[in-house]
Design a protein around this ligand. Sequence first.
Ligand SMILES: CC(=O)[C@@H](O)[C@H](O)COP(=O)(O)O
Ligand SMILES: NCC(=O)COP(=O)(O)O
Length: 237
Amino acid sequence: MTKLSVNINKVATLRNARGGNNPDVEKVALDCERFGAEGITVHPRPDERHIRYADVYALRPLLKTEFNIEGYPSKEFIDLVLKVKPHQVTLVPDAPDQITSNAGWDTKTNQSFLADLMETFGNAGIRTSIFVGTDAEMIEYAAKAGADRVELYTEPYASLYLESPEAAVAPFVEAAKITRSLGMGLNAGHDLSLVNLKYFHESIPWLDEVSIGHALICDALYLGLEKTIKEYKTCLH
Ligand SMILES: CC(=O)[C@@H](O)[C@H](O)COP(=O)(O)O
Ligand SMILES: NCC(=O)COP(=O)(O)O
């Protein structure tokens, strides 16, 4: 079964636009779970422009499903994750001022940095995932660093999908096979949507988890959150 983890960053973006608590990020997270989401993902950024560190602390005791915290492993981020102890931490190589994630790690160049972090989080009982592109060597070095899983950066799949679904998914199927052969679990995310998710899952049915935020929250404007989550889950069956 492939789990759907809803990334609620964009809910926090909307809340922050007016400075109050509407929409209520905690309530939305719990509603996502009630509507069938199997996990909640947050990606706190250093400027706290969407999810704030305080949200992460507040969400932890409330959530009943899997909590995944994504982000660049700055000292503040590492402290946050070790205090909150989510089920999973996903390390993303984003610069502080980056608009959104736009690449996976160079796991070879950052090998010892990542290996130390895998040990730190692993010793704290937190499952580790490293955000990577489809390059085989990057996946191999993620395994060497000791990652439990990798998360494939799916933006290149999403952007090519309409033109050629087969060409778009081919490198991801290869990367998924390599990941499996190395004994790691497999996550995927970034720009997955109701348009492209079903085919991605059909091509890689052994995916452990997808984390989806931007498109899902956009769809919810038209369909409502409950129907949207159900439609995304249908893509994963
Ligand atoms: C790692 C990844 O692809 C997502 O976490 C994405 O970057 C969400 O972050 P934003 O909501 O800030 O775009
Ligand atoms: N890890 C990817 C994620 O959490 C959400 O990415 P997106 O759906 O907002 O592009």
